[in-house]
Write a protein that binds this ligand. Sequence first.
Ligand code: LLP
Length: 441
Amino acid sequence: MNTRDTLRINQKGHLEIGGMDCTELARQFGTPLYVFDEAYIRRMMRVYQDTINAEYGGHGLVLYASKAFCCEAMYAIAKQEGIGADVVSGGELYTAMQAGFPAEKITMHGNNKLPREIGYALDCGVGTIVLDAYSEADLLEEEASKRGMVQNVLIRINPGVEAHTHAYVQTATPDSKFGFSVADGAAAAFAKYVLQKKHLRLQGFHCHIGSQIFEKHSFVLAVQKALAFMAEVKRTLGFEASVLNMGGGFGIWYTDEDAKLGVEDYRGYLTALISAVKEGCKELGLPLPFINLEPGRSIVGEAGITLYTVGAIKEIPGIRKYLAVDGGMFDNPRYALYQSKYTAVLANRAAETPTEVVAIAGKCCESGDLIGTQFSLPKAKIGDLIAVLSTGAYNYSMASNYNRNFIPAAVLVKDGKAEYIVKPQTYEDLVRNDVIPERLK
Ligand code: LLP
């Protein structure tokens, strides 16, 4: 279990999250259910911003990478914590606007922002747009010019740092759809292009080297490469960058194969990164840039669990035992996509010692619909409650209505009380946009 007081086993032997008994959550809200601990989310938002304040004179802003878990309540929390947010689509931006999030604290990403998304971002007045293509620069210039605006922009660079993580979540190797490579001159050429645009104000550069990264050195190396590039554009183009956005990517605990990081460890990542910025700038004669960071997974991942009820149990002698739950790849596609590993607990019998290794299967009509195959649990019965841990990041975000299952509701727990932050879907929701053309009736 994680180390930051989010989870504990109470006297009844039940798992608790944020002071709330999981059996009570299941009774009140049903399963499957996403549950989030508000205190954990706030603690993680604070540790990053506090470190920037303490060690970098507040010359930077944490942007919550809202793709990790996007709903209005998350923007409301980020707003209260005084941090910014990054968005990657018109939909995320709209959600932020609905939550009353300050547009000037939003950075917009995307490797192929649509014309309507660019127009909408300008109309909202987002603080920064990160450019990742010549066509985007042209489109943004045109739209900003129509509106008589000058938009702050960053350029996404690929510093060519390899971070040790799953290939699909790695973004800064030479073969990536993201960013302009610094190594082959593409990034410098694009900077030159952007600097000529009248309605774009280039402020600096962005890079994101991947996700679920534990090696401090990868972040330090990325900073060094980004600063070397900044020095190069200063020399060759006379452009002095004032902003450096280092993206997100800090790893979290899913199973005991991962480190269990405490608040101090995350502070340590940031301290290393900030020191690399200070040292590099000194060495290269660069002014200290305003820094942005975009942590997503580490803010919300371990804050969340998913509760399921055990249904059918199938034992194939000598092969495997499957516990089928009332969720599956429609609420957590990460095993199907990345073979991601998780830890599960029998939430209503959490103090019992695990006695067997089982697979947890979903209810979709697909063999690959698994939450995983290696869960150590006490012998489960129909009706037992399973909590899959560390499901706060990229689970709800990537959920679907596959097989027309409901995307589960989400609740936020604070001081032993839970409230909806995403309401349950209904059958009506599933057919809301369906149309039968007249000729088929
Ligand atoms: N900034 C940018 C530009 C990003 O692309 C990402 C994640 C982040 C920040 C946040 O990174 P984090 O701190 O959460 O690692 N669906 C995958 C994760 C994809 C991450 C994509 N980009 C998963 O389920 O593991």
